[in-house]
Write a protein that binds this ligand. Structure first.
Ligand code: PLP
Length: 382
């Protein structure tokens, strides 16, 4: 199969990730910290080492500020529901994935918060729009770093400074950027950073992390065993345990650690550039092909490896996706990509677009095969 759905989850993983998963599962798959025996200690060490890697990779304040989550949604929900209070104002955008939009919309519908949803322009947010939307009641600004529909990278450094000046918390959804766009938490005042481990950090599904900076104090929303301090009647206040009740996905973290090491060695921008170079070919093709358009503004320097194509009239993205899968053995993602607001803004609601997202192992020849398949599928329609 030609797999062009890396924005959903990356496949295949780099070889060291498979090796780390196999090794860990066979030798160290105990419950971390719970028992004090050697296998439990080895599992605990795996968590600690991965927290160190994350802290080094993203230049965080401290190792214990990295909370392991089940995916990006888990971290975003913890960050949003754990910090907003009744009467707060929150700013978000029309680029967001449902993992940001839905919790915020629910809080708004329940009358807990007021919400401003900023409009993007061709896939990009203007930091000055964030400044204009801030009010004395704004407690949180929650924005995606890179759109999962359009691949456009947002100016989060400028936005972070504006939000910090206003005293609100800044939550960044780095689902599409972590591993392919540099994020420096020492240089950029981000209070909470959520991302999955299973996309461009190349860990397995079931992994993710939330960075909790010193100004953010999310409530624990899952209380339970932490492996230590069992005598305490309530959740131990110490990070990361305060926010990590229950047995962690330590096998997944072993794979994630290998994925981070692979990315760090290869270089963050190398990955982004490889994918954007492949997408440039698709953009050139779409510009010349009848009936096809690229959604959003194409700027290779501020783009990750996801691109949405508006398909020709007379055929839906779902039909094309089905034919690509069934007849050409090519995996893409048609539809709304869990991000309905941007499709409404683009005029592509409800059918959406055809999104392709190459990965580090995608070859140019595979993109050629994909483009030939598109031409063949739509030849009868145009
Ligand atoms: C921008 C964005 N945010 C959040 C998510 C949710 O990630 P997860 O599926 O790991 O919960 C995704 C997943 O595609 C995404 O693209």
């Amino acid at each position: 199969m030609i797999y062009l759905d890396n924005a959903a989850t990356s496949f295949p993983k780099p070889e060291p990730v498979y090796q780390a998963l196999d090794r860990f599962a066979r030798t160290s798959l105990a419950n971390p910290g719970r028992a004090g025996h050697r296998m439990a200690m080895a599992a605990e060490r795996t968590l600690d080492e991965c927290r160190h890697s994350l802290n080094q990779f993203f230049r965080g304040e401290a190792v214990e500020r990295w909370i392991f989550t089940h995916n990006c949604t888990d971290g975003l929900n913890l960050a949003i529901k754990g910090t907003v209070k009744a009467g707060d104002h929150v700013i978000t955008s029309d680029l967001e994935h449902n993992s940001v939009s839905r919790p915020l919309r629910k809080l708004e519908k329940d009358g807990v918060i007021t919400l401003t949803r900023l409009a993007s322009n061709q896939g990009y947010l203007d930091p000055e729009d964030v400044r204009a939307a801030l009010t004395p009641k704004t407690s949180l600004v929650a924005l995606t770093h890179a759109s999962n529909v359009l691949g456009t990278v947002q100016p989060i450094e400028a936005i972070a400074r504006i939000v910090r000046e206003a005293g609100a918390l800044f939550l960044v959804d780095a689902a599409q950027s972590a591993g392919v766009v540099p994020i420096d938490l020492k240089a950029t005042p981000i209070d909470m950073l959520a991302f999955p481990g299973h996309k461009a950090l190349y860990g397995p599904t079931g992994t993710g992390a939330l960075y909790v900076g010193p100004r953010a104090k999310p409530e624990a929303w899952r209380e339970g065993g932490t492996g230590g301090d069992s005598s305490s009647e309530t959740q131990p206040a110490q990070l990361p345990y305060f926010l990590e009740g229950g047995t962690p996905n330590v096998l997944g973290v072993a794979g994630l650690a290998a994925g981070i090491a692979w990315v760090a060695e290869r270089g963050v921008d190398v990955g982004r550039k490889h994918e954007v170079d492949l997408l440039q070919k698709v953009v050139d093709w779409a510009e010349a092909a009848e009936g096809w358009t690229v959604a959003g503004r194409w700027e290779p320097e501020t783009h990750v490896g996801a691109l949405s194509l508006v398909v020709p009239e007379g055929i839906s993205p779902q039909e094309i996706g089905g034919i690509l899968d069934g007849s050409f053995d090519i995996a893409v993602r048609p539809g709304l990509h869990c991000s309905p607001y941007i499709h409404r803004a683009l005029g592509t609601f409800p059918d959406g677009t055809l999104r392709l997202s190459p990965g580090p192992f995608t070859q140019e020849a595979e993109i050629d095969t994909f483009l030939n398949a598109l031409a063949e599928i739509t030849a009868g329609v145009l």
